[in-house]
Every structure is written in C-alpha cells, then in structure tokens.
Design a protein around this ligand. Structure first.
Ligand code: PLP
Length: 386
C-alpha cells in the first residue's frame, strides 16, 4: 500500500526531483512586497491604518457579508464570536472533537467548557441526526435556554467547523440549533471561498471566524476575521476587539474591559495583496483536488475526500480516507523519506489531557477517522496551472 500511495502522489505532483512537498505553503506571487513597502512608507504599521479598513471592506464584499472585523488571528476571532454571542463562564459549547485545538481553546478562554459531539463520515462535520437525538436525551429547555440535565450548565453555542474547507449539513444543524435554542457559529477558519448553496462560508451563521495563518488559503502572516451579517454586532465586535476605546481626538477613555485583538496594518497590507489573487488560488486548489480525485478514483483501500452535494469546497487541504483504521505510523515516515510531507488529522481533542474530562457523546467514528485520514500536499501552485 505504501508504494501504491507513493505512485499515485507522484503521478499528481510529478515529484521526480528531490523537491520537498509541504502540506500547504503560502504563495507570494502577486503584489505582496509592493503592498508591504507602501505600508512601511506610510509609517502606519501597527493597529490603525487605511489597509485595515480596506481589507475589511474588500473581504466583506468578497464574502457578501454585512461586516468583517480584522483581528490578530483566527483563534481570537472565534473567541470574539463566542463572547458577543453571550457565552458565559461555566457554559458548555458544543463542537466536534475532530478539529484544530483553537476551536476548544476559544471557548476555554471565556471560562466555558467544550462539549464534544460526533461527526459524520462524508463531510467530517458535526452530524445533525446524532446531535438531535443526543440533545433530546441530555438537555432541557428553561426560559428559552438549553441546559445540560446532567451538569446543570447552559449549552449556549454550537461551533460547526468546516473541515479542510468542506461544509457539512448546515441547514439541518441550523434547524436542530433553533429547536434547542442554541446559537450556531461557524469555525470557518479553513473555509475562505467555500460555498454552501451558493453562500460563502462565514456568512451562513450570524457569527463566524476565518483564519489567515501562513498555511491557510490566503495569509496575512498571522490574522483572522470575525464575519457577521448583523450590523449592530459588527459595531460591537470592532469596539471590544480594539480595547473598547471611546473615539476621542486625544483622550484615552474605555468603557469596558476590551481586548487588544487588532490586526496590524502591516498584516492587512499583505492581506490585500493576497485577496487580489484569491480567485486564482481557489481555481488552482480545485484543479489540484480534481487531479488527486482522478488519481485515487480506482483505489481499493482508500477514497479521496470530496465535497458534499450542497458544498463547493475550497479544498484547502486534500485528504484520502482509508477504508479501515490503519497504522499511519508506517505510511507517514515512509512518505516523509520521499519528502512528501503528508500528515494525519488532528489528535481528537477529547484525547488530550486538558480536555479529557469534558462532556461528550460517543465518539467512535471520530476515533476511527483519526486512524484513517491522510492529508496530502495541497499548496495551490502544485496544481501546475497558473
Ligand atoms: C487555523 C484554524 C483556526 C485558527 O487558527 P489561527 O492560527 O489562530 O489563525 C481555528 N480553527 C481551525 C479549525 C483552524 O484550522
């Protein structure tokens, strides 16, 4: 099997030279340096500047969102989403265990507890059917709020994560959340440019977070945004993410304990250059996914991870899913020797020490998937098209 996977990857990547194929490298093939120089020349490199405003506006246009608020990273964006959604200390926040650590940390920073729920096989997103049955058995509604009958804590939000850019059954999750009075928030960190029923990821729910870390589809070095379709919430997000300062010519007055989560102007400048090229990157990513999908179409032991029927994915990370749990400790070092830097999916969060005693559903499939998924080199330039 190792040799067979290598053959299929080589077929797509034409990896005959001794080049290293990383999981996801950023591309700086546009006006990146230009924008950065202009920002430095302006003298405004830090937390105020015109590039921040322009980045927020252009991204809002691209997404079709009412308001976008730039911040230091995707994790901070998710924390802000939860904060303005009213998540309080002691609350429980539903989320997959099969996600990057940021999803859970964002809740923890607010004193809330992650409550892990099971995903579904195809989209790797939270399964609405299992969620509904689970909530029916463990929760009760009091004063229009959902409570965990076992812990007595309020279940205030569900963080749905668009895994590798794929979007799961949003409408069904929304329905479950409405029934149980739970706010649905998108962790769209990986899904910039993905669509669900022709709407962009990040604009499906009232609040969403997107990341521009160096390995994401476009990068600002480090950075993120909160996306909202609620203008009042947008205003509030801007206020609390910028130290809750009351606008004044020279006085420093703040009206609550805000966050210093502002994206620096320098990072926003880089983001603008990257945004200029986003359509190209998205096309390249889909091309690369098509090539991988063809290369694995006749594979007996694994399948390529395809988008679901209502989703147009950005294919941020391509992956294959082995039919049965397999010892990845054999395949991965073998491919790394060939400089193909494949990776497993994240260790399920409920198996990490700090989250091991969190409430959770049965997570058999999550644990299974942990030993079945292999993420493939996915940099946009690997598609061989410009
Ligand atoms: C990248 C990512 C984040 C946010 O990451 P930052 O590095 O803080 O920008 C959050 N959730 C998921 C699922 C991610 O992949």
């Amino acid at each position: 099997m190792n040799q067979d996977i290598l053959g299929r990857l080589n077929h797509v990547l034409k990896a005959t030279d001794n080049k290293a194929y990383h999981l996801h490298e950023p591309s700086f093939d546009g006006g990146d340096k230009d924008y950065l120089m202009r920002c430095i020349d302006s003298g405004f490199v830090s937390s105020v500047g015109k590039f921040i405003d322009e980045f927020e506006e252009r991204l809002a246009d691209f997404l079709g969102a009412e308001r976008v608020v730039a911040c230091v990273n995707g994790t901070a964006a998710l924390q802000l989403c939860l904060a303005v959604a009213g998540v309080e200390k002691g609350d429980e926040v539903l989320m997959p265990s099969l996600t990057f650590i940021a999803t859970a940390n964002a809740a923890s920073y607010l004193g809330a507890t992650p409550h892990f729920v099971e995903v579904e096989e195809h989209s790797l997103s939270v399964c609405p059917d299992k969620l509904k049955a689970y909530l029916k058995s463990i929760s009760e509604i009091k004063d229009s709020k959902c409570y965990n009958k076992k812990s007595g804590q309020k279940i205030s939000a569900l963080m749905m994560m668009h895994c590798f850019g794929h979007i799961g059954r949003y409408d069904e999750l929304k329905e479950v959340c409405e029934t149980f009075k739970i706010e649905l928030i998108e962790d769209a960190a990986e899904a910039l440019g993905s669509e669900y029923k022709s709407k962009k990821a990040g604009t499906l729910s009232r609040l969403a977070g997107i990341s521009f870390n160096g390995n994401k589809i476009i990068t600002t070095g480090g950075g993120g945004v909160v996306v909202t379709n609620d203008a009042a919430l947008g205003k509030r997000l801007k206020h609390i993410s910028t130290t809750a300062k009351i606008p004044h010519k020279y006085r420093f007055q703040h009206d609550e304990i805000g966050y210093n989560f502002r994206m620096p102007n320098l990072n926003a400048a880089l983001g603008l250059a990257q945004l200029d090229k986003i359509e190209t990157y998205l096309e390249q990513k889909r091309n690369l996914a098509r090539k991988y999908s063809e290369a694995f179409s006749d594979c007996s032991y694994a399948e390529f991870g395809l988008e679901s029927k209502d989703c147009k994915s950005n294919y941020w990370l391509n992956y294959i899913k082995l039919n049965k749990p397999t010892d990845l400790e054999e395949i991965i070092p073998f491919l790394h020797k060939q400089k193909l830097f494949v990776r497993p999916i994240w260790e399920p969060l409920h198996q990490l020490p700090m989250y091991s005693s969190c409430p959770r559903t049965d997570l058999k499939l999550t644990e299974d998937l942990n030993n079945r998924i292999l993420c493939l080199p996915s940099s946009p330039f690997l598609s061989g098209t410009q």
